[in-house]
Design a protein around this ligand. Structure first.
Ligand code: MG
Length: 255
């Protein structure tokens, strides 16, 4: 074998190795790159420390009622709340009127717990009636519908006189119950017409009862619900319907 032959063999060995390596890289690149094209690293979601249980406020929530302090709330006349604070709860005192948050809210995640009076009195809409008015207008009904019949678009978990809940997930009176609510505020055009209806998802005691449902307008007792232009943030209101309904663990995450 001449020197030229040996050099030629060495060159072809080098070339085939290089081809193998670049071939492998090519295969590797083909396997990895297309996936990487759909992988993003920003914006990084904020770290939120969850509560110990689903009742406890996550680290970024605004605690509206912790069982003792009702200072985030005002009475209907703007003064201090006249409802009864005690026993780790705030309880409706019939005839004193609604209470509302001092702060306004729009899109939000709201956790609220309620308890129907253990002494069962009245029937239909007269049993443990209260309500959670999102933006002060859109009522998520609070009622004792454990073995209590009423019109279905007015039962527990309805958007009052509008949306029937997907299930009746009521616990017996006297037991604490939870609502986990995801609310999207309505949007209005300059001329006051509706650009996008409000939307609501509600989980009652772990059961989905409103699934991203469109709200037709402000809650009306008589007549058709309709929208009237309002601000992007409005107070949350709890209803006094005369019954001794209690609330606790109220926290909200503006979205
Ligand atoms: Mg009500």
């Amino acid at each position: 074998m001449t020197l030229t032959d040996r050099l030629s063999i060495r060159r072809s060995l080098f070339l085939s190795t290089a081809l193998l390596v670049s071939g492998a890289q090519c295969v590797f690149a083909q396997e990895k790159n297309p996936a990487e094209l759909s992988e993003y690293y920003s914006p990084v979601p904020e770290i939120v420390t969850p509560g110990k249980t689903s009742s406890d406020a996550p680290s970024d929530a605004i605690v509206l009622f912790n069982g003792k302090d009702a200072s985030s709330w005002a009475a209907q006349d703007g003064g201090p709340v006249k409802w009864q604070v005690g026993d780790n709860a705030i309880t409706v005192v019939g005839g004193t009127g609604t209470i509302h948050t001092k702060q306004g809210f729009g899109d939000c995640q709201l956790h609220i717990e309620f308890r129907e009076p253990s002494e069962v009195k009245g029937e239909g809409q007269g049993r443990g009636n209260s309500g959670i008015f999102l933006m002060g207008r859109y009522e998520l009904q609070v009622l004792d519908c454990y073995n209590n019949k009423t019109y279905v678009n007015g039962q527990t978990g309805s958007i009052y006189k509008q949306l029937v809940p997907l299930a009746n997930a009521c616990r017996p009176p006297g037991e604490w119950q939870t609502y986990d609510i995801i609310f999207t505020a309505p949007l209005f055009n300059e001329d006051g017409t509706v650009k996008a209806q409000a939307r609501i998802t509600v989980i009652h005691n772990g059961v989905l009862i409103q699934n991203n449902a469109s709200i037709w307008g402000s809650t009306e007792y008589i007549g058709t619900p309709k929208y009237e232009k309002h601000g992007p943030k409005e107070a949350l209101v709890l209803q006094d319907h005369g019954d001794r309904v209690s609330y606790r663990n109220i926290w909200i995450r503006p979205l």
